[in-house]
Design a protein around this ligand. Structure first.
Ligand code: ZN
Length: 101
């Protein structure tokens, strides 16, 4: 059985597919492994192609992760800037509680 054009990730048989491992485009294999949390090499058993639909899903995941990482970085920046501001109310609250005793 010729597996040249079978997608490794959905097993669809299509000519709208391309090699997972291309020396001219190492990002594809890296993105797939990061997205699926798997390790595959040129020598791994199974089809060596990814179809256009699966590639689009991987690309969408890459863009989602990139955007999420940037948002997370912004959240950390905001939290760190808030932490650096002096807090003056803490002692006042404790003083008030002490007076009630
Ligand atoms: Zn596919």
């Amino acid at each position: 059985m010729d597996t040249d054009f079978i997608c490794r990730f959905c097993l669809s048989f299509t000519q709208l597919s391309f090699p997972i491992f291309l020396e001219s485009d190492p990002d594809t294999a890296r993105d797939i492994m990061n997205c699926l949390q798997i390790k595959i090499t040129k020598d791994s058993i199974g089809p060596i192609f990814i179809c256009n639909n699966c590639y689009d899903q991987v690309h969408n995941w890459v863009m989602f992760k990139k955007n999420s990482d940037e948002v997370l970085q912004n959240i950390h920046t905001i939290i760190n800037s808030v932490k650096k501001k002096p807090v003056s109310t803490t002692n006042e609250v404790i003083d008030l509680l002490d007076e009630e005793d």
